[in-house]
Write a protein that binds this ligand. Structure first.
Ligand code: C2E
Ligand code: CA
Ligand code: CA
Length: 334
């Protein structure tokens, strides 16, 4: 069975031509072996299905053989999903806001909204974990809306600042997304020009034509679009050209490597120079040390974000006086 699976995957490696089109498709394959005659046909198929999901989750385009541990993993996933569903229904998803500062003056320009979830049974669950669960289960729809509306509502308290909201690729796939953004802006009375949507490259790579249309429609609404986590994946010069981003955010892994990895500074400088050549302003994120801030500034970043300037905080902890001051002189934010 494993040999056959490998053969099937191999046959999908080349794009398939039909009419004048070319389609790149793949298969995730699950295999279950009948090792106990007491197992029913339904159970065997169910196991193959579990193994297939495992193949999807561990990289797609591959095959996996069912082992009993996979069931335990799935049961935990289902449990987490159920808890997240309840948390969303009960309004238990909170938001934290992290300042984005002017690289030259340290003045706060905007806030990025970050989702937070404290589960009664698990404690604080990291966004990486629950966002992935939300994406797998379809809950990202409602989670995304909760974050968007919550961020816009909170941002009414600081009308002079911009507000950035992360958007998952699954949200962009929703044909109603642009309308939802427009409605949320109207409901909260937020000027569209204050909102930046941060997106990662995944969707652009998979559906470039659709992505272009969605981004154009968002721009018609008047919001900005930033490419998040640049330098962490495959986003290339081609993307910068095609998608007309309003801003690029350099991934914190690149920033973190500064000072540790001798080539990091060169890569960073080249990346920022490239974006600037396309007239795209760049934010450096994950800035923890003064030295990193200095290198990012020198490389050409006009905006910085990171623990050095302020950790993500609840909206209620952000007070008016602190917003007006440059962050470098604010012990409260340090
Ligand atoms: P991100 O959009 O790249 O957000 C920045 C992450 O870096 C946040 O992690 C933030 O707390 C962390 N961070 C900020 N400054 C520093 C620093 O100086 N050093 C270090 N080491 N980390 C720093 P967080 O809040 O855990 O979020 C992780 C990721 O989860 C986010 O990465 C984003 O991709 C996703 N996420 C969070 N909230 C949402 C949301 O509402 N919707 C969607 N779709 N994704 C979200
Ligand atoms: Ca972000
Ligand atoms: Ca990021």
């Amino acid at each position: 069975a494993q040999d056959l699976a490998r053969l099937i995957n191999k046959s999908f490696r080349e794009p398939i031509q039909f009419a004048n089109r070319c389609a790149a498709i793949g298969a995730s394959i699950g295999i279950a072996v009948l090792d106990d005659p007491a197992i029913s046909a339904e159970e065997l198929v169910r196991r193959a299905d579990v193994a297939m999901y495992h193949a999807k989750e561990t990289g797609r385009g591959r095959s996996c053989l069912y082992v009993a541990d996979m069931d335990a993993g799935r049961a935990d996933q289902n449990q987490l999903e159920q808890e997240l569903r309840e948390a969303l229904a009960d309004g238990k998803i909170d938001l934290a806001f992290q300042p984005l500062v002017d690289a030259r003056t340290g003045a706060i320009r905007g806030m990025e909204a970050l989702a937070r979830w404290k589960s009664p049974t698990r404690g604080v669950v990291s966004p990486e974990t629950f966002i992935a669960t939300a994406e797998r289960s379809g809950l990202i729809e409602s989670l995304g809306l909760v974050v968007l509306k919550g961020a816009l509502t909170a941002s009414a308290a600081w009308p002079e600042l911009n507000i950035s909201v992360n958007v998952s690729p699954a949200q962009l796939r929703n044909p109603r997304f642009v309308e939802q953004v427009r409605a949320a802006l109207a409901q909260t009375g937020t000027k569209p020009s204050r909102l930046t949507l941060e997106i990662t490259e995944g969707y652009l790579v998979r559906q470039p034509e659709r992505a272009k249309k969605v981004l154009a429609a968002l721009r018609d609404v008047g919001v900005s679009v930033a490419l998040d986590d640049f330098g962490a994946g495959y986003a290339s010069i081609g993307y910068l050209r095609q998608f007309h981003f309003d801003r690029l955010k350099i991934d914190k892994s690149l920033v973190c490597a500064l000072g540790r990895d001798p080539v990091a500074a060169g890569v960073l400088q080249a990346t920022v120079a490239l974006a600037n050549a396309f007239n795209i302003p760049v934010t450096g994120e994950g800035v923890e040390h003064e030295e990193q801030a200095m290198l990012l500034r020198l490389a050409g970043c006009d905006e910085l974000q990171g623990y050095l300037f302020g950790k993500p905080r609840a909206a209620s902890e952000i007070n008016r006086d602190s917003i007006a001051l440059p962050l470098s002189v604010q012990p409260a934010f340090a």
